[in-house]
Design a protein around this ligand. Sequence first.
Ligand SMILES: Cc1cc2nc3c(=O)[nH]c(=O)nc-3n(C[C@H](O)[C@H](O)[C@H](O)COP(=O)(O)O)c2cc1C
Length: 340
Amino acid sequence: MEKSQETLLIESHGARNCGTVPVVRCNPPLALAPMVGLSHSALRLLILELGGVGLFFSEMLSVTRLPIENETVSPFLCRTPAEYPFFYQIFASPDQEILPAVDRLQALNAQGIDLNLGCPAPVLRKQGAGSFMPLEGVKKTVADLRAATNLPISAKIRLGRELDEQKLISFCKMLVDEGIDLLTVHGRLQGEKFCRKARWDWIGKVKSVIPIPVIANGGIFSVDDARKCLNQSGADGLMLGRGAVCKPWLFADIAKSLYNHNIPAEVPLDKIYFRFAELLEERFQPERRIGRLKQFTHYFAGNFTFGHHLASRVQNSKSIEEATEKAADFFDTAERRTSA
Ligand SMILES: Cc1cc2nc3c(=O)[nH]c(=O)nc-3n(C[C@H](O)[C@H](O)[C@H](O)COP(=O)(O)O)c2cc1C
């Protein structure tokens, strides 16, 4: 089954302010995943320039820190009007108050708010947040979020602790009953590493029984993967994570091939890299730049046969200037991977 629908509509079922129901339009239905240290303004702007993205998610943000974070300097909150539509992702434990964070995000012109329910990072274990949240806690937190905003709300989940269709489906139905408007399913179990193949067919089991849009996520690194994932899951849209960091033009390739979008001409790899470094300089204070360039380079280096040389040279750099100089030397003789 090829997807013909181009625009993903995310309609809020919120009830707090009974005015017009907010609807978010994502065209094409391709989203950038929330990724700590990677899903920030510089990467978003780079991807926007290359084309093909229809929805952004921020990296996960703590509900306790959000109300006190200064958006004019915070690398987590800085955002331009072009980065639109935009869902901020939050993580919370059931005993934490959500309303102040939600009010803050509304003031920051959020188009939606996403609850992280899938992340198995140890930092979330301590708080009982992300995938460590107990069932009753999830129910309460989603209900709190629903009561706090009229914006579309979404959740991002994995398939569960073990493969159990009934459990997965009843969990997703509970989320819908509590009022979420969109669900992103990362097709791996909680303990599974990213190198394991994602189970796109299991995302389809969820999609076929819930009445809200479903976005499929996990292991999409090419147009072919995107096509297969849509076919196997029947999802309403796709979310790209590492694939979009390695190949920031992947959205454009997918949008062109699967959704008939007109896309700007191809840009050489070195130009993309230097543009990213430039955007880091434009968007972040000096001490916030090099770490983000290193993290990006870790993935981007995968485009070259000897990419680890690029990654290690940048890794050993102390500033953006030093890193870009070393990168320029590398690009002079670098060979692009044929599969990249
Ligand atoms: C460096 C990194 C940071 C991530 N941070 C988050 C996060 O903040 N919130 C979240 O829900 N998932 C996070 N994820 C998971 C991604 O959103 C996504 O589900 C995962 O990478 C699978 O998609 P992919 O195969 O397209 O990369 C992170 C993944 C990576 C690699």
